[in-house]
Design a protein around this ligand. Structure first.
Ligand SMILES: Nc1nc2c(ncn2[C@@H]2O[C@H](COP(=O)(O)OP(=O)(O)OP(=O)(O)O)[C@@H](O)[C@H]2O)c(=O)[nH]1
Ligand SMILES: [Mg+2]
Length: 301
C-alpha cells in the first residue's frame, strides 16, 4: 500500500479559526481557542489520519502587524510554518472579508516558493448568506491563484470533509511520520501551560492576557497514578499580580480549577495543579521565556 504524509500549515489573521479547525480535524483539543485575537503564540502540530494519508496540521499564530518582540516572533513562526509546509491553507473569516490584514497576507503568499500547494478556506460560513460568499470567493480568487477554494465552518464542521479529502490526496507519497495513535506533537508540559493560559485569557480583560506567559516548572509523577504539576504565571507588574489573584485569591482559584479539570480530562487521571504568580517586568525580553513557548528569540525580533 502506498501511504501519504506531509505538513499542512493553517495560516490567517488572528481569530480566523485556525486552532478551531486544527482541533476539529484532529478530533481532540490540541490547541487552545478563545474569542480573543492572538491566542496561539507558537506552531502547534496536530495529527489526523484520512485513509492512507497522515495529515500533520500545523496551527500557527495569527498574522498581524507586529509591534512588540513577542509579536514579531509569533509572526515569524507563522510564516516559517507556511514556508516549511507541503500545503498551505489560508483561512479567511467570511463575515469580515478582505481586510487590510488579508491584503498583506496575500502579498506575503506571493513571496513563498512556487512549489507549495496553496488553498483558500473561507471559514465561519455559518455567519453569512450565500450571495456574500460567492462574491468573496470570486474577489479572493481574482487576487491570488488559489489551487482550490473551500467554504467551511470549523466550528460546525461544514465543508471540512471535502477539505480533509483534498488534503489527503494532495500530500506527497511517503511513510507516516508519527505512530498511528499520536494526535499532537508538543511536549506535555507545554500543552499543560497552554491550558492554563487559555483559562487566564478567557477570564482576564483588556491587555492583561497579552502581558503574561505560563510555564510548567515541575512535573512529578506520583505512585498512586496522579501527577503534581507546578506552573508559574509571569506577569509584568505588581498590579497585574493582584488582578490575577483576585479578591481573597478567588480569580486564581477559579482559573486553577478549570485548568486542572481540563488537564484531568486530557490525561485521564488525577492532577494536582499548583500555580504561582511571579512579577517579571522584563519577561518579554528574556530569551528563556521564548524557548519555553517554542518560539525563536533573535536579535532581529
Ligand atoms: N461562528 C463561528 N465561529 C467560529 C468558527 N470557527 C472558529 N470560530 C470562533 O472564532 C474564535 C477564534 O477561533 P480560534 O480557533 O481561536 O482562532 P485562531 O485563528 O486560532 O486565532 P489566533 O490563535 O488568535 O490566531 C473562537 O471564538 C471560535 O469559537 C466558525 O466556523 N463559525
Ligand atoms: Mg489559534
Amino acid at each position: 500500500m502506498t501511504t501519504r504524509c506531509g505538513f499542512v500549515a493553517l495560516i490567517g489573521e488572528p481569530n480566523a479559526g485556525k486552532s478551531t479547525l486544527t482541533n476539529h480535524m484532529v478530533g481532540a483539543k490540541v490547541s487552545i481557542v478563545t474569542h480573543k485575537v492572538q491566542t496561539t503564540r507558537a506552531r502547534i502540530r496536530g495529527v489526523a489520519i484520512e485513509g492512507d494519508a497522515q495529515i500533520v496540521f500545523v496551527d500557527t499564530p495569527g498574522l498581524f502587524q507586529p509591534r512588540r518582540r513577542l509579536d514579531r516572533a509569533m509572526v515569524a513562526a507563522a510564516w516559517g510554518g507556511a514556508a516549511d509546509a507541503d500545503i498551505i491553507v489560508l483561512l479567511i473569516e467570511a463575515h469580515r472579508g478582505i481586510t487590510e490584514g488579508v491584503e498583506r497576507i496575500l502579498e506575503g503568499l506571493g513571496d513563498l516558493p512556487q512549489s507549495r500547494h496553496i488553498a483558500l478556506a473561507i471559514n465561519k460560513i455559518d455567519r453569512v448568506e450565500a450571495p456574500q460568499l460567492l462574491e468573496l470567493t470570486k474577489n479572493l480568487n481574482d487576487r491570488f491563484a488559489f489551487e482550490k477554494t473551500f467554504l467551511i465552518s470549523a466550528e460546525k464542521g461544514y465543508g471540512t470533509n471535502d477539505l480533509r479529502a483534498w488534503l489527503a490526496e494532495t500530500l506527497p507519497e511517503g511513510p507516516w511520520l508519527y505512530p498511528e495513535d499520536q494526535i499532537a506533537d508538543l511536549p506535555m508540559r507545554m500543552i499543560a501551560a497552554e491550558i492554563t493560559r487559555e483559562k487566564l485569557t478567557l477570564r482576564l480583560h483588556q491587555e492583561l492576557p497579552y502581558q503574561l506567559t505560563v510555564e510548567t516548572e515541575n512535573w512529578e509523577e506520583r505512585k498512586d497514578g496522579s501527577a503534581r504539576i507546578d506552573q508559574v504565571i509571569y506577569v509584568m507588574r505588581d498590579g497585574h499580580k493582584g488582578i490575577v489573584l483576585g479578591k481573597k485569591g478567588e480569580t486564581i482559584k477559579a482559573i486553577s480549577k478549570l485548568a486542572r479539570e481540563e488537564l484531568e480530562e486530557f490525561l485521564g487521571r488525577r492532577i494536582h495543579l499548583f500555580l504561582q504568580i511571579k512579577v517579571r517586568p522584563n519577561w518579554l525580553e528574556e530569551s528563556e521565556r521564548y524557548s519555553e513557548m517554542g518560539l525563536e528569540f533573535k536579535d532581529g525580533n
